[in-house]
Design a binder for this molecule. Structure first.
Ligand code: DC
Length: 232
């Protein structure tokens, strides 16, 4: 079966949540699964990144929750999933590349700790996914955004392997970032220890450890679970 072949003709449109730490392989499996199902792949992290970029551009403090919430209300953050990949628009401008840069990555980790920022994001994410037919990835999709999701995956991997994967990705982009491992560990720590919606597997999530699995193997497992849910 080709990568593009839809796996089911069922009319039921699932909400699929894929959560886990950075470098576990969420983005790849989410986008490939979405393509197979003909679903939208919504990267919730891109929304936190877009708000972080707005804060950088507006010189807002990453610690000022009230200012960040106001900024969120004043922003138009759009996720545009297409078969060719996902675009993120901030106030109508394509910021898909910019939001992957190091300063935004660091800022996103900091703005996402605030409960009221998260509440704003969760409300937008629910609006986008409610109709189903979505593979939404993030940190709190199965626990907070869609606690009733049809399928919840928690994708994890050994921290050393996740760091290596990120380094490979940076190399492919032609970037060499000093402190990548330390930065990743610090963002992990923030994700897991924040008071509001810390990164944790939902009690009914299927936990997949991708440490020794290829991308194809992870996709195979997740696809099989989705097939089961679709009754196929
Ligand atoms: O997945 P990502 O690296 O693009 O996410 C960017 C940041 O946003 C990351 O620091 C974690 C945070 N995030 C979050 O707190 N909740 C989500 N649902 C998605 C991302």
């Amino acid at each position: 079966m080709s990568d593009e072949t839809p796996i089911s003709h069922s009319h039921r449109k699932l909400i699929i949540a894929i959560d886990g730490p950075a470098g576990a392989g969420k983005s790849t499996v989410a986008s490939r699964l979405a393509r197979k199902l003909g679903y939208a792949n919504l990267e919730s992290g891109a929304m936190y990144r877009a708000l972080a970029l707005k804060a950088i551009e507006g010189d807002a403090s990453f610690d000022d929750e009230a200012a960040l919430v106001q900024l969120a209300h004043d922003s138009r953050i759009q996720l545009e999933p297409t078969l060719g990949g996902n675009r993120t628009l901030l106030d109508g401008v394509d910021v898909s590349e910019r939001i992957r840069e190091r300063d935004v990555t660091e800022a996103a980790s900091r703005v996402s700790v605030h409960p009221r920022v998260r509440a704003w994001m969760v409300a937008r994410q629910r609006e986008m996914g409610t109709g189903g037919g979505v593979v939404m990835e993030g940190r709190d999709i199965g626990t907070k955004v869609f606690p009733d999701a049809d399928l919840k995956i928690f994708l994890d991997a050994d921290p050393v392997v996740r760091e290596q994967r990120r380094m490979e990705q940076q190399k492919l982009k032609g970037e060499v970032l000093p402190n990548l491992a330390a930065d990743l560990r610090e963002r992990d720590r923030r994700d897991r220890t924040r008071v509001a919606s810390p990164l944790v597997a939902a009690s009914d999530a299927v936990i997949i450890d991708s440490t020794r699995l290829s991308e194809d193997q992870v996709l195979e497992q997740v696809e099989a679970l989705a097939r089961e849910k679709l009754g196929g």
